[in-house]
Design a protein around this ligand. Structure first.
Ligand code: LMR
Length: 399
């Protein structure tokens, strides 16, 4: 007889991580996992990059302590990550106008940003793209922020920049707008440079605070190109927040490695903000997990390791791009190449396929193909040898 937990309601599993569990127990030997956003190689494995393995070997030899790293985490990691995101020669870094607080992954960075907004910028709402990563919705609601939406795709599954801009123009002054810096999750539709300039003008005119979620640097068009919008905003605006993740580009998923980056207009103000972040982090996780950040700092501090990592990351990016066009080609014999042509144009790991929740459910029931119910497919989980099978399954449920 329960005295305490009897009234606890059961809620559905996580919309994305829950798929991992369901896939694992599916006995079908030809099942296909296009759920959670992880990169898989042609063997269906999520490899540890060689640069990471080598950095780990070096760390094993060099590491002398396991003492705490401090509230903002590993300073070398912070310094290297700031340069990776804002650019090696960014003037704002030289002027001491940006800082990094290490967090458990990009999700930790988002949570820290949400807590900071709720505590230090009371009354500000947050605006998310519709659709967005489902955890954005629940995470910001959990910290008590008012969550609102701006349109992003139209009813025909096309990026709708005009509708987005029209909505941004109506956002109350001072509110926070979350923008996906590249490789939009879940759609894979990214803004072009002219679109970004237009968004910047609205953000500036309405004095909005941008929160740039940057989880896929290197998976769109390359490390530097993917940072273009972040750098445009960081140069043009006096204040902004960036959540950076090392999960995908360093293959460090379970090591929970990321950071909240803050750009301020004044070094003293930056320290004020950082004092709040350290306080909040202390109350959330005390100090961040060290290993992944030490790996990243090691790679980014060593020219040879960095070169190897960039090569490996470029290889993953090129392979995902080839899988995109390969899937469209495989759909050709079924007369579906045009209908799914957007898959070839989208960027990053994900494709918003345009398939309905009902079609996604049939893919899973009849063909053991696992996708998020929104119709999002993780293209980076595809196997080139199975593109024909997948195309056939898609053709069956779309018939
Ligand atoms: C995804 O959207 O699949 C990834 O960002 C992984 C996650 O944590 O959901």
């Amino acid at each position: 007889m329960s005295r305490h937990f009897g009234g606890v309601a059961r809620i559905p599993g996580d919309p994305i991580l829950g798929l991992m569990d369901a896939f694992r127990v599916d006995p079908n030997p030809v099942k296909i996992d296009l759920g959670v956003g992880v990169y898989k190689d042609s063997q269906g494995l999520t490899p540890i990059p060689r640069a990471v393995k080598e950095a780990e070997r070096l760390l094993l030899q060099r590491e002398t302590t396991k003492t705490y790293t401090g509230g903002h985490g590993d300073p070398l990691f912070g310094e290297r990550l700031l340069a990776l995101v804002f650019g090696e020669d960014a003037a704002l870094l030289g002027a001491g106008l940006a800082g990094a607080t290490q967090t458990p992954g990009g999700t930790g960075a988002l949570r820290l940003a949400g807590e900071f907004i709720a505590r230090s910028l009371p009354g500000r709402g947050i605006w998310l793209s519709d659709p967005t990563w489902p955890i954005h919705e629940t995470l910001f609601a959990a910290v008590g922020l008012q969550v609102n939406h701006y349109p992003y795709v139209d009813g025909d599954n096309r990026l709708d920049v005009d509708a987005m801009l029209a909505a941004l123009e109506r956002i109350p002054h001072g509110d926070v707008v979350l923008l996906h810096a590249c490789c939009h999750n879940p759609t894979g539709f990214d803004l072009g440079q002219d679109d970004w300039r237009r968004v910047l003008e609205v953000v500036r005119a309405r004095e909005l605070l941008p929160l740039l979620d940057f989880a896929y640097q290197g998976f769109g068009d390359g490390l530097e190109d993917d940072a273009w919008a972040v750098r445009l905003f960081a140069e043009a605006l006096p204040e902004l927040l960036v959540t950076s993740s090392c999960s995908k580009n360093f293959g460090l998923y379970r090591e929970r490695t990321g950071a909240l980056l803050v750009r301020c207009d004044d070094p003293e103000r930056l320290q004020d903000v950082r004092s709040q972040l350290a306080f909040l982090a202390r109350n959330l996780w005390s100090t961040p997990p060290a290993h992944g950040a030490a790996v990243v700092a090691t790679i980014l501090s060593d020219a040879a390791l960095r070169g190897l990592w960039v090569e490996e990351l470029d290889g993953m990016r090129r392979r995902v791009a080839a899988l995109r066009s390969g899937l469209v080609e495989a759909l050709q014999p079924f007369g579906l190449a045009e209908r799914f042509a957007h898959v070839g144009r989208q960027r990053g790991m994900f494709s918003y396929t345009g398939m309905s929740a009902e079609q996604v459910a049939r893919l899973r029931q009849d063909h053991s193909v696992y996708m998020v119910s929104s119709g999002r497919a993780n293209v980076a989980g595809l196997d080139e040898a199975r593109l024909g099978d997948l195309a056939q399954a898609i053709a069956r449920v779309c018939a």
